[in-house]
Design a protein around this ligand. Structure first.
Ligand code: TXA
Ligand code: MG
Length: 349
């Protein structure tokens, strides 16, 4: 059934309206610093179920719960572990989701019957105002149709969700641009990174002394069987085009793209490189040595490729370290794990 999707601003009046829709069991897409979230009352199983329907989300992929003040975590988890406290103190409000043992108050629709729950206190002020206006914690996955690139602008949400949700709050472009870092801190001495994001493994290690990285993040193989973070095993971020990551320097990349050029081929490259490709159509996704700019642009670049009807895309391959790891993680999934490593050309840097 198609419903009328209201477009709301971040005025006090509209935020109050968004809060009321949420309190009454509706679905509202909200801005956060990472990506837009598709929110529902996290304590209302029936409302949460609608998120899965609107997104076409697999039933075994749990949602994270958003709060507007640190103290609210005690209502939701059975143990705010010392490790989690350290992480929260360092990175909340901000783009970090902490996995903790859940309390029974959280319905099974949120956690997909897992014994843990992911909690995040976003930095985006409008996100926190909406949570406060709702008066309840909000379950919110990224507000894209399942499998599509995550939305970093209200327009992206509209393109995927118009007619399927009650409202979209337009808070402009997201400042981080990739989803939160997800870290397991429910037990043990060391945190375990389950999904890379704007907060890098090194930043976590600086606070906690160490940070283990889940094997599924670094292995280039598609995760099969049991994975700790269910979201990692699903098809993700996939645009219509067939993407291949090209691991090489720019000149070898350029040679490769020129040699394999045909109708429908696009380059996905760093700022300033496109015009050096001798007329091959391209989309740029940030500066080569500036992973923050790549985070901000990678998802909108994937959506632009679809709008331009790209069929085959050769993408520059980000590094697997620091904040770049988050960009690599999204792109290798968008590429369905297709990657080609080229020999560096002789005499090139
Ligand atoms: O930045 C973000 O995290 C955004 C904004 C809206 O806050 N939300 C987001 O949600 O990215 P979503 O559902 O697209 O991704 C949540 C990830 C999934 O990979 C999911 O499997 C994992 O967190 N997750 C959720 N609960 C979990 C749990 N109890 N244990 C392990 N992984 C969990
Ligand atoms: Mg998502």
């Amino acid at each position: 059934m198609k419903i009328n999707t209201q477009m709301l601003s971040c005025s006090d009046f509209d935020i109050a309206a968004a809060g009321e829709i949420l309190r009454n069991g509706g679905l509202v897409a909200i801005p956060t610093e990472t990506v837009y979230g598709l929110a529902a009352n996290a304590l209302d199983g029936k409302a949460v179920k609608k998120i899965f329907e609107a997104k076409g989300r697999p039933q075994d992929n749990p949602l994270i719960v958003h709060i507007s003040e640190v103290n609210q975590v005690y209502d939701l988890v059975s143990c705010f572990t010392p490790l989690a406290k350290k992480l929260a103190e360092a990175f909340w409000p901000g783009p970090l989701t902490i996995i903790l043992p859940k309390k029974d108050i959280i319905p099974k629709e949120v956690t997909c019957a897992m014994s843990t729950v992911g909690i995040r206190l976003p930095e985006n002020e409008n996100a926190r105002k909406i949570i406060t206006a709702a008066g309840v914690p909000l379950a919110a996955p990224s507000a894209n149709s399942s499998g599509r690139p995550s939305p970093t602008a209200a327009k992206h949400v509209f393109d995927d969700m118009n007619g399927r949700i009650d409202a979209i709050v337009d808070g402009g472009e997201c400042s981080v641009g990739v989803e939160s870092t997800v870290v397991y801190a429910a037990d043990g001495e060391e945190p375990l990174l389950l999904r890379p994001g704007g907060i890098s493994p090194q930043m976590i290690a600086d606070v906690c002394g160490a940070c283990r990285i889940d094997d599924n993040i670094l292995s280039d193989m598609e995760a099969v069987g049991e994975v700790m973070s269910p979201g990692m095993k699903h098809k993700h971020y996939s645009p219509d085009a067939k993407i291949t990551l090209i691991e090489s320097d720019f000149s070898a990349y350029k040679e490769y793209v020129k040699k394999n050029f045909a109708q429908g081929v696009f380059a996905l490259c760093y700022d300033g490189e496109g015009r050096q490709l001798d007329g091959i159509p391209y989309i740029e996704f940030g500066k080569e040595n500036d992973p923050e700019s790549q985070c901000r642009q990678v998802f909108s670049a994937l959506r632009e490729l679809d709008e331009m009807h790209a069929e085959t895309v050769f993408a520059r391959c980000p590094l697997k370290e620091g904040t770049s790891l988050a960009v690599y993680n999204r792109l290798i999934r968008a590429a369905a794990f297709r990657k080609i490593k080229l020999q560096q050309m002789k005499g090139e840097r």
